[in-house]
Design a protein around this ligand. Structure first.
Ligand code: ADP
Ligand code: ADP
Length: 229
């Protein structure tokens, strides 16, 4: 059984259907990329995962449990760490407070929260240096690291990222993906990455899915998908 199993997933907005029977899995310790042109349904897939929209059909199992019946905040307790699109941080709170809020919503014990905080700060030295700085004054790259760090504060089994590279300078993208790759290779974290830049994502991922107009058009190992015309 895979960590994440999406079966026959359909979803949309009001009368407009955006996903048509999508099938997707992420294995334990696997790095999977979700690719496709604008409007293909990548964000919609992640919105179903994070509980922002309800599917009209299909199942989403995380660790064998159907998460579509649970409210979004409960899914973090089940192991989903979500980095939403657009570097969402609380601008009027410090870096430290932003990270603490990440653990707080999951009711971790005080000791566990401190452990997680130490781990995340060790992982992102740039955040550690700016721990007392307001998140609103961070650079784009730093804010995105903070958003990733906050998701990690829930000790997720699956980290889901929605176009974290958007609007970042190429060097910052490389730095950010370097961290994410390390989380995958060194800690065995499972990752589902939505990305518009296919080449970048295929270099990182074990497997990839290409969505087109709400359907899986291509799927396979990154090498196979890269060679697909
Ligand atoms: P992608 O993330 O691959 O760019 P989306 O999942 O955002 O694609 O969009 C899939 C389809 O759903 C598109 O046709 C888009 O126009 C539509 N869509 C996305 N968000 C909304 C929304 N909030 N309201 C109505 N339609 C939407
Ligand atoms: P990046 O390339 O990561 O986006 P920038 O060149 O934008 O980095 O920022 C470099 C440094 O300037 C960072 O340490 C950031 O914290 C700081 N900085 C950026 N914007 C602001 C701001 N509006 N107020 C205070 N500090 C800022």
């Amino acid at each position: 059984m895979s960590l994440l199993e999406i079966t026959a997933l359909s979803a949309g907005y009001g009368g407009v259907q955006a996903l048509f029977g999508v099938e997707l899995t992420v294995g334990e310790g696997e790095f999977v990329a979700l690719l496709g042109p604008n409007g293909a349904g990548k964000s919609t897939t992640l919105r179903v995962l994070s509980g922002l929209i309800k599917p009209s059909a299909g199942r989403v199992l995380l660790g064998g449990e159907d998460i579509t019946t649970k409210p979004g905040w409960r899914r973090t307790g089940l192991g989903l760490g979500h980095v939403p699109e657009g570097r969402q941080v609380f601008p009027d709170h410090t870096v430290l407070e932003n990270l603490q809020l990440g653990a707080f919503v999951h009711r971790r014990s005080r000791t566990r929260r401190q452990e997680l905080l130490d781990e995340v700060l060790a992982l992102f030295p740039r955040l550690d240096e700016r721990r007392e700085q307001l998140a609103g004054t961070l650079s784009g790259g730093e804010a995105q690291m903070l958003a990733v760090g906050r998701a990690l504060m829930s000790a997720p089994r699956l980290l889901v990222l929605d176009e974290p590279s958007l609007g970042l300078a190429p060097l910052k993208v490389a730095e950010l993906f370097g961290y994410i790759k390390r989380l995958h290779t060194e800690r065995g974290l499972s990752v589902l990455l939505v990305e518009q830049q296919a080449a970048t994502a295929l270099n990182l991922a074990d497997r990839a899915y290409v969505l087109e107009r709400g359907r899986v058009a291509i799927s396979g190992t990154s090498d196979a998908v890269r060679k697909d015309p």
